[in-house]
Design a protein around this ligand. Structure first.
Ligand SMILES: [Zn+2]
Length: 640
């Protein structure tokens, strides 16, 4: 039987099966050396450990209840969950017995906290026990469970320890009895999506389909009528109309998910929902979900996404507004939202490699998510503007600390986004110095070594290590921007166009030990112009090189970055390696600069500013604010 593209089911490889060096290795070292421990320290300082320690009295309400009827304290389990997940991945890279003991102790506390029936939630067991399952719309109960499930899977994969996994299986088994359409069951779902994708991870690691079925139930129920959130509010004695976010669009519950055509509401929630939908589409080969996701993908990436892969321009709803509304200086573009976009894109690859998704995954990873972490792994961005007058800096922590562990867990698990396997195919979605141990369902064990200085240089070499020859396809992404890419196998050049499927070069053959594949992706500097409907970018240009968006910073270029004017035709640029920025490649380029010093005192005058030749230095946007603080700008003036 010949297989169609949609028949394939790609699943990510386990994090410990990929070892990173080079670019990502440095970032992972920063998390191992600093972030992983910092996350736990901050959780302790916030009082999160006391909240789960049944040998201590409950700390009660530490963060006051807000007008929306809840407090961020309700999500503490999620912060602990994401921190344990990060620690798990970091332990695989760098053993740290002290940190592992700290994580084990937290897991022991969760074991003691768990109710007989399997229920587990620090807030609703210790602070508001009478409010369990009464307000799924606002209270993040299943969201917290989802993050603890993800932590459990990660901790099990990294350490082999099952305790947290068993705890969360008990909780998930209990959920299966609680949720449904049967007598006394709740026909509901969480206001903040996350449980859906977490249950898929649990199903994949345990082999238990019942967890997939529960995830599918939450997805299928969402937005159906009679509306669960309305019925739930009435049952709870609350006015369904009295809702701070005013619309169920906020949590993508305004319509059944298969009918949704526009990306709306809270950006992180949207990304987590679509990630869960994509996983379920893969597992059940659900074409109706895939079709809905394709429409939503187009909506997001052609009308609502920053060039950085940042999404959700508004702080008011931490999310989406109207089409083409992409303000640069006030961009919210939460780190978590771009992390979520990476999650979604990677899961859309479950039904087969397609650069339409993978190119954006890479764009959002390098330019939307990664800025959230400083080079030393010690400070974090929550919102990610594309222009700053000098007042925007990384935080040591944040009152809602969702972003630090989110970017940290993504960085430390990046190997599982680089490679995916189907029955007889290996897909390489992202490039970076690494070694992957891959097990194909057809029995082949393949070690794939990837040698490269990507994303700084475009040469990438793969070497296979195989105990015996094996037949499988190797699919390598050829990014749309990589015009002039070349590919060879064991020194023989391949005609790329003849091998391209969905933007991937698919090499199907019998592979032997020591086979070599050489891929070259030209990293030409390229100007990027925004659709003229984006009013904030009119007359402006941004620079990209490979997957990286560049920006100018005051520390290299002085103040008044808006005075820089890029010529209509890009002049030759020089690349410079910056040792104080992780060996980043900077770009020095001849531009013009409008007079600011010589302009005089007048605020307005009849004559245009003079222009003088100037050499500007552009640096990768993800590295901004790692040196002397000051102005920053992505979209610079373009000569008319
Ligand atoms: Zn966040």
């Amino acid at each position: 039987m010949t297989k169609t593209v949609k028949d394939r089911q790609f699943r990510p490889v386990a994090v410990p099966d990929v070892e990173l060096g080079g670019f990502w290795g440095k970032w992972q070292d920063a998390v191992c050396q600093s972030t992983a421990e910092t996350l736990l320290d901050r959780c302790v300082e916030a009082g999160m450990i006391k909240a789960i320690d049944v040998s201590e009295p409950s700390p009660g309400i530490v963060i006051p209840i807000q007008p929306w009827g809840g407090t961020t304290q309700m999500f503490w389990d999620s912060d602990l969950g994401k921190s344990i997940e990060t620690i798990a991945y970091s332990l695989y890279r760098r053993p740290n017995p002290e940190l592992e003991t700290r994580a084990d102790r937290i897991i022991d506390m969760y074991e003691k906290l768990q109710d007989q029936d399997g229920y587990l939630n620090a807030w609703f067991q210790r602070v508001q026990p009478d409010r369990r399952w009464t307000n799924l719309r606002d209270h993040h109960e299943l969201y917290c469970a989802g993050h603890l499930i993800e932590a459990a899977v990660a901790y099990y994969q990294a350490t082999g320890k099952r305790k947290l996994l068993d705890i969360m299986c008990r909780f998930a088994d209990y959920m299966i009895t609680v949720f449904g359409h049967g007598e006394g069951q709740i026909p509901g779902y969480c206001g903040h999506e996350e449980i859906e994708l977490a249950l898929v991870k649990l199903a994949r690691v345990t082999g238990e389909k019942k967890y997939l079925d529960l995830s599918k139930f939450f997805i299928d129920e969402r937005g159906t009528e009679p509306h669960f959130f309305t019925e739930e509010a009435k049952r709870d004695g609350r006015d369904p109309e009295s809702f701070i976010q005013k619309t169920y669009e906020y949590g993508q519950a305004h319509q059944p998910v298969r009918e949704q055509k526009k990306v709306v509401g809270h950006a992180v929630r949207a990304m987590y929902l679509y990630s869960g939908m994509a996983d379920i589409a893969t597992e059940y080969r659900d074409d109706s979900l895939t079709a809905a996701l394709e429409t939503l993908w187009d909506d997001l990436t052609t009308k609502q996404m920053y060039i950085t892969g940042g999404i959700g321009p508004a702080a008011s709803n931490e999310g989406f507004t109207c089409y083409y509304d992409l303000p640069n200086d006030t961009a919210y573009a939460e780190t978590c939202a771009s992390v979520g976009l990476v999650f979604w894109a990677s899961r859309l690859l479950g039904r087969g490699p397609n650069r339409r998704y993978a190119d954006v995954m890479e764009q959002a990873l390098y330019n939307g998510a990664l800025p959230g972490l400083s080079i030393d792994g010690k400070t974090f961005f929550y919102d990610n503007p594309l222009e700053s007058t000098g007042g925007h800096h990384r935080w040591k922590w944040h009152h809602c600390p969702c972003c630090p562990p989110n970017i940290a867990r993504l960085v430390t698990s990046i190997g599982s986004y680089m490679y995916a396997v189907a029955e007889d195919e290996i897909a390489v979605h992202l490039y970076g110095e690494s070694t992957a141990r891959l097990k194909l369902a057809n029995g082949a064990d393949v070690e794939l070594r990837q040698e490269t200085s990507y994303p700084w240089e475009g040469a990438i070499a793969f070497t296979t290590k195989l105990a015996r020859p094996a037949k499988f396809a190797l699919s390598l992404r050829i990014p749309e921007w990589a015009v002039g890419a070349t590919l060879s196998v064991n020194g023989r050049m391949l005609d790329l166009s003849a091998h391209l499927t969905g933007g991937y070069a698919r090499i199907e053959r019998e592979w032997s030990d020591g086979d070599r594949v050489a891929l070259y992706l030209p990293l030409a500097l390229r100007p990027q112009y925004a659709n003229p409907k984006v009013r904030q970018d009119v007359g402006r240009v941004a620079l990209m090189r490979g997957p990286l968006v560049y920006c100018v910073e005051a520390t290299d270029n002085g103040e008044d970055l808006n005075a820089i004017v890029l010529p209509r035709e890009l002049p030759a640029a020089e690349t410079v390696v910056l040792d104080d920025l992780n060996g980043a490649v900077a770009i020095d380029i001849s531009v013009e600069r409008e007079e600011t010093e010589d302009w005089g005192k007048a605020l307005y005058r009849q004559t245009r500013p003079e222009r003088r030749p100037h050499k500007a230095r552009f640096v990768p946007y993800h590295l901004w604010d790692n040196r002397a603080p000051g102005e920053m700008l992505v979209w610079v003036q373009s000569e008319k």
